[in-house]
Design a protein around this ligand. Structure first.
Ligand code: ZN
Length: 330
């Protein structure tokens, strides 16, 4: 069923054929199920163009649901976030789409796409957004601000046991709002799952497919019984493990470089060598914990990053000692 050999163009073509059969109110979005339903699920894939790992399972799920479309109880939107970036095999074309949900940019390709996607998101009762990291991850993980309903969905859908979270008052990035943040600001649940290293893989396929099956199976069963789909919080034996960012190491300059091979959720000790600030000056972990989003930008012949780096070279997370509900439930 799964093949890692399929090209990005072939994935796009297959998705586009589904949009012919099941069009929605915006381009590159498949709508299935009952348009009169009281419950709408929105699934996001390839919001970042190089993060195609969820796409084969999303296509499978669309094919499965299409066979029983007339009997579906919920309405489903499947959004392919950034088709132009998928075609180019890049994270984005002009701007990071997942920082455009302030919806103020009406000029750039991604700014315009975010405004389109928000039209669909404004219909959502639940948004699940699949992402991948640039480097490998020790395991898949959820990452989003703490919001009780979103957390219950994450725990219920499975696919990850680890949850990097924060107070909902803290923005993910100062560059702009993410799609899931935008929906939570409107009081609706939204979940982001990081599947592992960007690109097609059997793991990404299986995690996406099993989590989609679980969510959609639950939604359909609840609606069939006349209930609003809302999973209860997991008991402590099945609960997620919670982490928060305790250190952000800003880019020290063009000569900075991490040692090769760091992965998301790789453990480091306090003071452990992470790389160099510049030749001869060691970059060290300020605290112990697990590495998050280590950056290895492409570099020119002089070793200078090709794209300007203004985020963090790496972050460090640590387990939370308390349930985030007790820390941040506003
Ligand atoms: Zn992403």
């Amino acid at each position: 069923m799964f093949s890692a050999e399929i090209s990005n163009n072939a994935l796009l073509e297959t998705f586009e054929r589904w949009t012919d059969d099941f069009p929605s109110i915006i381009p590159w979005c498949v709508e299935l199920g009952s348009s009169h339903s009281q419950f709408t699920v929105v699934i996001g894939t390839a919001i970042h163009g190089n993060e195609t790992g969820s796409l084969p399972a999303v296509l499978n799920m669309i094919a499965d649901l299409s066979e029983d479309n007339a009997n579906l109880k919920a309405r489903y939107f499947f959004i392919l976030g950034n088709p132009d970036a998928v075609r180019q095999g890049t994270r984005f074309v002009e701007r990071d789409l997942n920082r455009c949900f302030n919806l103020t940019d009406t000029k750039s390709l991604e700014g315009k796409r975010a405004i389109e996607i928000a039209k669909v998101l404004s219909e959502a009762d639940l948004f699940i957004d699949y992402h991948q990291t640039n480097q490998p991850a020790v395991f898949p993980f959820f990452t989003f601000a703490y919001h009780e309903e979103s957390y219950c969905w994450a725990a219920h859908m499975g696919g990850g046991e680890h949850f990097v979270t924060r107070d909902i008052k803290t923005a993910f990035s100062k560059e702009g709002l993410c799609g899931d943040e935008w929906l939570r600001q409107h009081g609706k649940p939204a979940v982001t799952l990081e599947l592992g290293r960007a690109g097609l893989s059997r793991d990404a396929y299986q995690v996406t497919l099993s989590s989609l099956q679980r969510v959609i199976g639950f939604v359909e069963t609840e609606l069939e019984h006349g209930q609003k789909p809302q999973p209860s919080a997991p008991d402590s034996s099945r609960d997620l493990r919670f982490y928060q960012v305790v250190a952000k190491l800003p880019w020290p300059g063009d000569e900075a470089m991490l040692n090769p091979g760091f992965a998301n959720f790789q453990y480091v000790k306090a003071n452990e060598e992470l790389g160099v600030v510049r030749p001869g000056e060691i970059l060290r972990a300020p605290v112990e914990g697990f590495l998050m989003f280590p950056k290895y930008p492409k570099r020119d012949a002089q070793g200078k990053p090709i794209d300007h780096q203004d985020g963090d070279i790496v972050q460090i997370v640590q387990p939370l000692n308390e349930h985030p509900r007790r820390l941040w439930n506003h």
